[in-house]
Design a protein around this ligand. Structure first.
Ligand SMILES: Nc1ncnc2c1ncn2[C@@H]1O[C@H](COP(=O)(O)OP(=O)(O)OP(=O)(O)O)[C@@H](O)[C@H]1O
Ligand SMILES: [Mg+2]
Length: 207
C-alpha cells in the first residue's frame, strides 16, 4: 500500500509520520517512510536547490520541472521496489503537492502540470492520500513560532498558500475515494489518533 500525506505548510505531515511508522510497525507491518522532494541522493540534492531561499529568481516552470526530476528518481529507485516487495510506503508529500503548489499556487495550466506529473511517476498513484487541512495562516504561524525550517516555498505569499489549500480541497472533491481529510487545527494528539485510525482502517479493509 502506498500512502501519502499532503497539506499546506505547517499542517503536521513531517511531525506525525515517525509516530505513524512506529505504530504500524508495532502492528506487524513493514513500513518505509520517505519524503518529497528527496528520499534519494539525487533527489535530496534537487531538494536543496528547490528550498534554498537564495534561489528567489526561480521561475514556476523551472520549479515544476525540478520537482518532477526529483520525483522520477525516487519513484523508480525507492517507491516502486519497496511496494513490489510488499512494504507499506508512507510519503511526506507526493505528486498532489505539485498539482496544489505548482498548479493551483502558481496558476499554471493544470492539464500541462498533470502531464508532467504523469511522465515523472509513470502513473504511480497512491492508494490513500490524507489531507491534513488547516487555515494556512495557522500553519505558517506554527512554523515561525516553533522555528522549524523556513524554505523558499514557505516564503510565498499568503494568497499563494490560500490557492494551494483551495486546490487541495478541489482535488479531494474530484477523487473522494482516494482522499481522507483530517482537520489539523485540532490538538496534535487528536490529529495523531485520527491519522492512526484512518490508516489502520484502510489497511484492514485492503487485506
Ligand atoms: N496539531 C498541532 N497543533 C500544534 N502544533 C502543531 C500541530 N501539528 C504540528 N504542529 C507543529 O507545527 C510545526 C510544523 O509541523 P510540521 O513540520 O510537521 O508540518 P509540515 O506539514 O511538515 O510542514 P511543511 O509542509 O512546511 O513541511 C511543528 O513545530 C509541529 O510540532
Ligand atoms: Mg514537513
Amino acid at each position: 500500500m502506498f500512502i501519502t500525506l499532503e497539506g499546506p505548510e505547517g499542517s503536521g505531515k513531517t511531525s506525525h509520520i515517525p509516530y505513524l511508522v512506529e505504530y504500524l510497525r508495532e502492528k506487524g507491518y513493514t513500513v518505509f517512510p520517505t519524503r518529497e522532494p528527496g528520499g534519494t541522493s539525487i533527489s535530496e540534492q534537487i531538494r536543496d536547490v528547490l528550498h534554498d531561499l537564495k534561489n528567489a529568481e526561480m521561475l514556476p516552470r523551472t520549479e515544476t520541472l525540478l520537482y518532477q526530476a526529483a520525483r522520477a528518481q525516487i519513484v523508480e529507485q525507492v517507491i516502486k521496489p519497496r511496494l513490489a516487495a510488499g512494504e507499506i510506503v508512507i510519503s511526506d508529500r507526493y505528486y498532489d503537492s505539485t498539482i496544489a503548489y505548482q498548479g493551483y499556487g502558481h496558476q499554471q495550466d493544470l492539464e500541462q502540470v498533470r502531464g508532467l506529473v504523469c511522465y515523472a511517476t509513470g502513473g504511480l498513484t497512491p492508494d490513500l492520500t490524507v489531507l491534513l487541512d488547516l487555515d494556512v495562516e495557522v500553519g505558517l504561524r506554527r512554523k515561525t513560532q516553533n522555528e522549524v525550517e523556513w524554505n523558499r516555498m514557505d516564503a510565498y505569499t499568503v494568497e499563494f498558500h490560500r490557492r494551494v489549500r483551495a486546490g487541495y480541497l478541489e482535488m479531494v472533491k474530484a477523487e473522494p475515494r482516494r482522499w481522507v481529510v483530517v482537520n489539523s487545527e485540532q490538538k496534535w494528539d487528536d490529529v495523531q489518533a485520527e491519522l492512526k485510525k484512518v490508516i489502520l482502517d484502510r489497511l484492514v479493509k485492503s487485506q
